[in-house]
Design a binder for this molecule. Structure first.
Ligand SMILES: Cc1cc2nc3c(=O)[nH]c(=O)nc-3n(C[C@H](O)[C@H](O)[C@H](O)COP(=O)(O)O)c2cc1C
Length: 437
């Protein structure tokens, strides 16, 4: 007798086959735009391991700046180790209300870290293990040409290195329910942003690819598409010396809250300028991710909602009667954090603009873009000596009600900014003390 596996549920997400945006629309209406029901007691799924594969330890802590010029294999390993540690490694120990926790250079919704990083170089294909700061060698063969062939827009010259950023589909579902899938796209966007920042600073001319043959890359990495999928491929030249600037090491969420003091508008404008820099992507966006500021205590800026004019960089007032507190549901942690913050930056986008060209994939492409921008805001805030906190627990209809544009523009991510209270959470930096800003 022929066995029949049960048909996937009608609203399964991510969809098993392209539906031209119908599955993404359905998912967003039911889960993606609705406040997540967060279970703080639920844990995160375990990170990916490949038992039985050869383990290549990377030097820890990496020497920073990594050795320039030297083309030998030891120096190449040192540079790769520095890149991966600063991308997704364990870089600090925090003392928080929840006890002692380890911290990473990138933020992640609920600290679930659904993203995994694989790297293809001339020496083979590896998976990065953050906790051990080691590489699992999946194949000693050079797979870079195969990676490039799977891309819709392969780089002109064959890439010297490629980072493949995946998400584990179950990583954060226990805590966030199906909303976790949207969070995964934001999270892998944050990782992509960090990869671009690091590779740009190492003169490696990176490009982030969101358009590729999913099955081919999944097959190359040995992934089961029901549990893990590739979200981005970052192609680049071989990175030069990795020399993180101080803010990159200091970035973290402002856990202790914010001092109720004003933020100079010039500082805010500098953060926004950094966030709005063009992103080196393999596709043009049908509509930009516009940035809005909901101001509370910003010198020279009236409380209310302001849109950043992409052409002039100026803030144009679009609505009054709203402060960051009003972006969050009453009586929750978001409301308190919003009350204390000097302002909230809203990263917005338009889902409908991209479904005709990209289908369901556009949903994750747009959230990926928002994640890149969120990562840049966090880093620019650290550079300006500010505290920042990325938030997904926004009341989306309340936030969207104060945007001045057509009804399809919606809030993808909020970032609270202000001066972190006191000295912030006590921290031990594992890659060296970053020092004052
Ligand atoms: C996409 C995204 C959404 C987030 N949403 C929230 C949120 O709603 N509330 C919150 O307290 N923190 C939120 N965070 C911050 C994480 O909780 C934080 O990054 C994580 O605990 C790691 O801590 P760190 O940023 O200090 O390294 C979010 C982070 C990301 C990347």
């Amino acid at each position: 007798m022929r066995s029949t596996s049960p048909a996937p549920p009608h609203d399964a997400y991510p969809p098993h086959a392209e539906t031209g945006g119908a599955a993404a629309r359905r998912y967003h209406a039911r889960y993606g735009s609705v406040l997540p029901a967060i279970d703080p007691a639920a844990g995160s799924a375990a990170p990916k391991r490949h038992p039985g594969t050869p383990l290549l330890p990377l030097p820890f802590p990496p020497v920073l700046p990594s050795p320039p010029g030297d083309r030998g294999p030891a120096a190449a390993m040192e540079r790769l180790g520095a890149l991966l540690a600063l991308l997704n490694g364990v870089t600090r120990v925090d003392w928080t209300g929840a006890g002692v926790t380890v911290g990473r250079p990138v933020p992640s919704g609920g600290g679930a870290y659904p993203g995994e990083v694989y790297v293809a170089t001339a020496d083979g294909l590896c998976h990065y293990l953050p906790s051990a700061h080691a590489l699992e060698l999946l194949s000693p063969v050079d797979h870079r040409a195969e990676v490039a062939r799977a891309l819709d827009g392969p780089p002109h010259d064959p890439p010297e290195s490629a980072l493949l950023i995946t998400t584990r589909l179950d990583a954060n579902l226990a805590r966030y329910g199906p909303f976790g899938h949207r969070l995964q796209a934001l999270d892998t966007g944050v990782l992509t942003g960090q990869a671009l920042t690091l590779l740009e600073s190492a003169n490696a001319a990176p490009t982030a690819h969101a358009l590729f043959a999913d099955e081919e890359l999944g097959h190359l990495l040995g992934l089961d598409s029901a549990t893990e999928r590739v979200h981005t491929v970052v192609t680049a030249r071989t990175p030069g010396a990795i020399d993180p600037d101080v803010p990159l090491l200091r970035r973290r969420t402002a856990r202790s809250g914010f001092e109720p003091v004003p933020l100079p508008s010039a500082t805010l404008l500098a953060v926004l300028e950094e966030a709005a820099r063009p992103i080196p992507l393999d596709h043009a966006a049908p509509a930009d991710c516009a940035l809005y500021v909901v101001a509370h205590r910003v010198t020279g800026l009236e409380p209310g909602c302001h849109r950043r004019d992409a052409r002039t960089g100026e803030l144009v007032r679009v609505a009054g009667g709203i402060t960051p507190r009003g972006l969050f549901p009453p009586n929750g942690p978001g409301e308190l954090a919003g009350f204390e913050a000097a302002c909230a930056v809203l990263v917005t986008g338009d889902y409908e603009s991209g479904y005709p060209g990209h289908g369901d994939r556009w949903y994750r492409m747009l959230n990926l873009r928002a994640g890149v921008i969120g990562q840049r805001i966090g880093l620019a805030a650290a550079r300006a000596g500010l505290g920042a906190g990325l938030r997904c627990d926004v009341d989306t209809p309340a936030a969207d009600a104060v945007l001045d544009t057509h009804p399809d523009r919606t809030t993808l991510l909020a970032v609270l900014l202000g001066q972190e209270r006191g000295n912030g959470t006590p921290t031990c930096h594992l890659l060296g003390e970053p020092g004052p800003p």
